[in-house]
Design a protein around this ligand. Structure first.
Ligand code: NDP
Length: 289
């Protein structure tokens, strides 16, 4: 069974590969090309980018170079904070498609619940109805944003991409998403490579028992929770390691031990802090090309 066969269905029946490659901070051309080529060679077909990552264009080039049909890929991008509003979001979508050199996106997400996300959503609903986006969703939305969005929209969000790892499992939000048939996708599934997490003695014990690495155990824990994962790596060896998750299973005791690592600690800034911090928004704007 190949990686493409490990799928989770969105509420509209679209199949999403449960493992993808995240490409945040992968901006050096040579490193990027090596990583994407290796990922495609191994069997990754799901790639997670965003306008703000500045690498949509080189991702599109690598996908085309592979000569694998477009339909076999699952490409996600995101609307950045400075592109909110009906008209701006439509323009941002066109720019993203142009950069990726694609006619449609498999998934398009609102990157943060910044002001005017309702107008942005309206544009996304239309693009979805026109068949230009297969799955529409959000990222970094908390329960109050989801409630608001569902109250004011025709189509509910199909997925929420949020920081999730053993120290920050998002239990409450996870239960809420399940209840509302919204898929949970983890960003930072490896705690952004945090050493304390990757060297955790309990995780090491579990990894040793299964003849796997700590990273593989963490990623497997996500999979068994029904979460979509997009670990990032620039290293071909680790890209392969992160894909070897389907030949072992964590026991319920393993799962429980990993659940116990919950400290409520985010490794990144809280999304609410990000939205309201004008300095950060300004800083990020500098990186948008
Ligand atoms: P991850 O949890 O995927 O961790 C990436 C880090 O872990 C890198 O430093 C990488 O180093 C290291 N790493 C990867 N694999 C291994 C391994 N097997 N063993 C040891 N270290 C490893 O964090 P990200 O923040 O990158 O999140 C993943 C993706 O989620 C992003 O790339 C992006 O697509 C998305 N994202 C979305 C956000 C949002 O706001 N919606 C925010 C942040 C990320 P190396 O490259 O050297 O292997």
């Amino acid at each position: 069974m190949s990686l493409e066969d490990k799928v989770i269905e969105a509420s509209n029946g679209v199949k999403i590969p449960q493992l993808g490659l995240g490409v945040f901070k992968l901006t050096k051309k040579e490193q990027f090309e090596t990583a994407i080529r290796e990922a495609i060679r191994i069997g990754y077909r799901h790639f997670d980018t965003a306008k703000i990552y500045g690498n949509e264009k080189i991702l599109g080039i690598e996908i085309q170079k592979s000569q694998i049909p477009r339909e076999e890929f699952f490409i996600t991008s995101k609307v950045w904070n400075t592109d909110h509003g009906y008209e701006a979001a439509k323009r941002a979508f066109e720019q993203t498609c142009k950069k990726l050199n694609v006619e449609y996106l498999d998934m398009y997400l609102i990157h943060f619940a910044s002001p005017y996300y309702l107008e942005t959503w309206q544009a996304m609903e239309e693009l979805y109805m026109e068949g230009k986006i297969k799955v529409i969703g959000v990222a970094n939305f908390e329960i109050q944003h989801l409630e608001d969005l569902m109250k004011h929209s025709k189509i509910p969000p199909m997925i929420n991409q949020i920081e999730t790892h053993p120290e920050f499992p998002q239990n409450d939000l996870h239960d809420y998403l399940i209840k509302h048939q919204i898929l949970h996708e983890a960003w930072g599934p490896l705690g952004q490579g945090n050493k304390a997490l990757l060297e955790n003695p309990e995780l090491k014990k579990i990894a040793h028992h299964h003849h796997k690495t700590v990273a593989q155990v963490i990623l497997r824990w996500h999979l068994q929770r029904g979460i979509i994962i997009i670990p990032k790596s620039s290293n071909p060896k680790r890209i392969k390691e992160n894909s070897q998750l389907f030949d072992f299973e964590l026991t319920s005791e393993d799962m429980e031990k990993i659940n116990q690592l919950n400290t409520g600690k985010r490794y990144s800034i809280s999304p609410t802090g990000f939205i309201i911090n004008p300095f950060l928004n300004k800083l990020m704007k500098i990186f948008i090309k």
